[in-house]
Design a protein around this ligand. Structure first.
Ligand code: PEP
Ligand code: MN
Length: 341
């Protein structure tokens, strides 16, 4: 349910509505747009609450939200959510590039990659320190040492950094090094982890689970939003289908569809979805053309010897080609006019 306040309603009226909602043991979430103020009501709603709230001063209307995801739906918020980290804005008209190695392997590997991706226009540096691997015998990341290197690289090259957090107990520690916390596809429905990142004051990059529907994905986002963290970036990274040529099947329709359903920014991972470096550039261009707010790409100084996901990593030269072509597509479709909502 959302309470739409009248234009010009006072702070005191807004506060009174929120207090009334909370007096019923429910949560109230404020969304203040240029045109209207909306208060989201979350929890087990009593049948007569609607009439009760409609009578309060300053209330224009009380509308039931049919979608199960109450805070991530477009109905809750006017306009798009933009997430700002350092100089990067995710969710605006300009598509941004997040790039870096799948896993932080060494200082040399990370610093050389960070330098190149920064020079080529990447706005955010990625690098895994805690890696969810299918086999326990695969390289599982450098852990805290990887986080330290990542934070150093971010500092040195002036880029915010994003890295995955795998368990609720690690959230505070990872947040002390990273600017954005990533929830991986395999943890997309780890509800305790989602609760934990809902309580921090840093953006969350929420990958789509590879068997999550849009609704399940937006409900995962809802865990973070309802915990009080409004800075969620969604990431389409491919889903499981019968096709085995690509690593996963990238669902590109998710980009315009999610933009219709939600105010949250959405980016695309062309690396983990395709699993092949030679598919990464065309898929990235398609993602940008489809309206994605950005892409997150694996880059490695020497993909042939990468400890993780080398087959999908771009070399420095290919990353350069990607950056040039993404820029060309973004300009060709003058992204500002293609924004939904
Ligand atoms: C990653 O980005 O490093 C990763 C493991 O991605 P996903 O969770 O989408 O597989
Ligand atoms: Mn990977």
């Amino acid at each position: 349910m959302i309470v739409v306040m009248r234009t010009g309603s006072t702070e005191a009226e807004i506060q009174a509505v929120r207090e009334r909602i909370e007096s019923h043991g429910l949560q109230s979430h404020l969304s203040q747009g240029a045109e209207r103020t909306v208060i989201g009501v979350v929890g087990q709603i009593l049948s007569n609450l609607q009439t009760e709230l409609e009578r309060l001063p300053g209330v224009a209307e009380v509308v039931r939200i049919s979608k199960p995801y109450k805070l991530s739906t477009r109905e809750f918020k006017e306009g798009n959510t933009t997430v700002k980290v350092g100089d990067a804005v995710i969710g605006g008209s300009e598509p941004i590039i997040i790039a870096g190695p799948c896993a932080v392997e060494s200082e040399e590997q990370l610093m050389s990659t960070a330098k190149v991706v920064k020079e080529q226009g990447a706005k955010i540096l990625r690098g895994g320190a805690f890696k969810p691997r299918t086999s326990p015998y695969s390289f599982r990341g450098l852990g805290v040492q990887g986080l330290k290197l990542l934070a150093e690289a971010g500092e040195k090259f002036g880029m915010p950094v994003v890295t995955e957090v795998m368990s609720p107990e690690d959230v505070g520690m990872v947040a002390s090094y990273a600017d954005i916390l990533q929830i991986g596809a395999r943890n997309a429905q780890n509800f305790n982890l989602l609760d934990a990142v809902g309580k921090i004051d840093k953006p969350v990059l929420l990958k789509r689970g590879f068997s999550s529907s849009y609704e399940e994905w937006l409900l995962a986002a809802e865990y973070v939003l309802s915990g009080g963290n409004s800075q969620v970036i969604l990431c389409e990274r491919g889903i499981r289908t019968f096709e085995s040529y690509t690593r996963f099947t990238l669902d590109l329709a998710a980009v315009p569809a999610i933009k219709k359903l939600s105010h949250l920014p959405i980016i695309v991972d062309p690396s983990h979805s395709t699993g092949s470096w030679d598919l990464v550039i065309p898929v990235s261009l398609a993602a940008v053309a489809a309206g994605a707010h950005g892409i997150i790409v694996d880059v490695h100084p020497n993909p042939a010897v990468a400890k993780c996901d080398g087959a999908q990593a771009l070399s420095f030269e290919n990353f350069h080609n990607l950056a040039v072509q993404v820029e060309a597509v973004a300009q060709a479709i003058s992204r500002v006019s293609t924004e939904v909502g």
